[in-house]
Design a protein around this ligand. Sequence first.
Ligand code: GLU
Length: 902
Amino acid sequence: MEFWLILLAILGLNRVQGQIYGGSSYGAASGQAIRLGLITDDETDRIRQTFEHAISVANNELSVPLVGQTEQVSYGNSVQAFAQLCNMMQSGVGAVFGPAAKHTASHLLNACDSKDIPFVYPHLSGNAQADGFNLHPHQEDIANALYGIIKQFDWSRFIFCYESPEYLAILDHLMTLYGIKGPVIKVMRYDLNLNGNYKSVLRRIRKSEDSRIVVVGSREGVAELLRQAQQVGIMNEDYTYVIGNLDLHTFELEEYKYSEANITGIRMFSPDQEEVRDLVERLHQELGESEPADNGASTITMAMALTYDAVRVIAETTKHLPYQPQILNCSERHDNVQPDGSTFRNYMRSLEIKEKTITGRIFFEGNVRKGFTFDVIELQTSGLVKVGTWEEGQEFEFKRPAQVINFNDIDDGSLVNKTFKVLISVATKPYASLVDSIDTLIGNNQYQGYGVDLIKELADKLGFNFTFLDGGIDYGSFNKTTNTTTGMLKEIVEGRADLAITDLTITSEREEVIDFSIPFMNLGIAILYVKPQKAPPALFSFMDPFSEEVWLYLGIAYVGVSLCFFILGRLSPTEWDNPFPCIEEPEELENQFTINNSLWFTTGALLQQGSEIAPKSLSTRTIAAIWWFFTLIMVSSYTANLAAFLTIENPTSPINSVEDLADNKEGVQYGAKRTGSTRNFFLTSEDPIYMKMNEYMTNNPSMLLDNNQDGVEKVKSGNKYAFLMESTSIEFNTVRECNLTKVGDALDEKGYGIAMVKNWPYRDKFNNALLELQEQGVLARLKNKWWNEIGAGVCSAKSSSDGPSELGVDNLSGIYAVLAVGTIISIIFSIFCWCIFKKAKSYEVPFCDALVEEFKIVIRFSENERALKSAQSVYSRSRNSSHSIESLKTDSEENMPPEEAD
Ligand code: GLU
């Protein structure tokens, strides 16, 4: 087998096994070219491309060309890698570039070491391998750079977040640099092997008091940590990250640009370097990789840069040191080594190269690379910006450049003749709607509304053109966890629209991904519900003019004054009268103020009717006068109040506040717009009432509706449903729907703004124009037009025609009832009970016969005369014969009450 391999190598047929390039002749063993082997596990082919590119660049200056041979192996497959190394040895390789997998690399290093073949590895290594050749800065130097940055930040405490134990050397060195008086360092490990889930560590960071984090780890690990940090919510202005990985510039940082988190790191090369640009160009040609517009370096990793530079070092070495690698057999253990291998490797380390490298100056102190510098970079909205240079032995200081505004098309900042795509929601009156027209309208003419008018006003002021697009009913939200946007927000974030105008509430969540103008309207969440229904008047509403106490005291006064009349009447001699005026010397005197008459007198006065009883003595007249005065005032007050109380129909509503709604008082259900800021308000609120309401809405998704119009319809249907809506929209609807009203006060205060792309360069101009429109009263005029003029007036017209309403039976039913009851009582009193009973007794007839006879007389309406109790009457028929008619007459007259005698 070995024989055949050697033969193949000599014949140049080993191209079949790998890829060989760089020169026309590859027979290193023949002394004409130096073969470099690359064993790579990079599946993107970018390391190989870099390797090839570096060789072809180097060969331009070399008399003895370099020849590259690449073998692709699977990541971590040491056996396969070793087999490829043996192949290379058998073809006379002069130096070998190892793969990224660290265990495989150290395995190959040992194998190369035993054969004195220079081995190059392009990644961070815990200890400077005596025999390998590593251009990656040593961990101590990374620690030195981090120390310089942290010192500039002047932190008194921070979290040191590391991926695996090999990075602890950085922490060790940091602590050595600080000594015992250093800041408090909390050490946390995140581990890529734990299913790549760092969230528990990140949540601990969020809960801790620390917000300054130093992160060290592999390129993949650190990038993932940052991504998850954003999901956990610690990628914001409160947090500062210092990244100790030299590949920060290759991370996908776009989404953190606007997070306002401070992300600082280090890099070894700038995207502007010629070597970097050439390499990017090569990748573009060979792999079709697109060239990043602003930052070419973002595709060039440290592994690629160090591969390129290692080829450069080898090329430089070959200029000074003749090197003729020999064919070796990896299975032979003794004396079968590369004769000039160790000399070549030592010479590589003794060189100082200042030019034509990607990572800067190269020279070694022992096995450790020195003399390089780091660019300290910071993430700003324009991308990664260099904010200083770290150099060994120098105190690091930030040197931030003046903020560069990176809007290529901002030109003079004027909006004249620019055209913007403006999102509206045509289903949301009065902000936008379709114009009703028999003609077919196209373009902007199709739309009308407050928002449409406002954009037109702004366009008149600023000179821009606009195209309206219907953005639908979902205004959108930003989900921090999944880092996704929806609805109109998404359209703006993804650049399909420039502006959005509708009832779009300014919220902090939306502000994270877009910007808003100053608010053009202020509002708060309130409740839309049907107007309170009129309650039927109470039966005894005529009692309402006086309170219960007044009625009670009036009753007491009535009884008291009647008693006074009775007593004073008896005490006053003047009130004792001669019952028979013809008899001058009467034996008896009579007093008119009996209990009955006293009560009757006060009743007559109270009801303003008077009576035939006239007080005569001074005392009774005095009290009579006072009682009349009292009753005058009482009756006047009662009359004055009566009309109002009879006509009042107290409207009642089951809900009067948000608390009633939260309690579902009287079974009232409620909801809000499903995707709006109102729903979000309840989702994020920590107020117990709103949390309770949120729970209700979450458990009853059918109560959530697609848009405000659906809410209005549902409330109108009157099925005990209330809709949580913004006050301006409520105002608009209640002017048009007369049976709807706003219940309670607003729950919060906020505003509507015009949404625009984050950091939109014309934002200030827009805000100024909006302010001017506000000061000139244009905003108020537009609001009045769309709220109170167009389509309004329905309810106000109706109410103006409402005159004073007549009193119905309902209003007066109580007084009819009193009349009826009084009449019945008096009839019972006068006819059926008392007199009949007396008569029946006096004539000694059965009560029932007397009652029937009396009733017959009463209902005989044709006769207006009645005989005094005669022989024909029942009394005589029923009486026993011993009574004479004469005696009956006498008895009858004696016992007859005065009124019956009439
Ligand atoms: N103004 C709300 C928003 O911007 C929509 C209506 C609502 O949620 O009540 O999402």
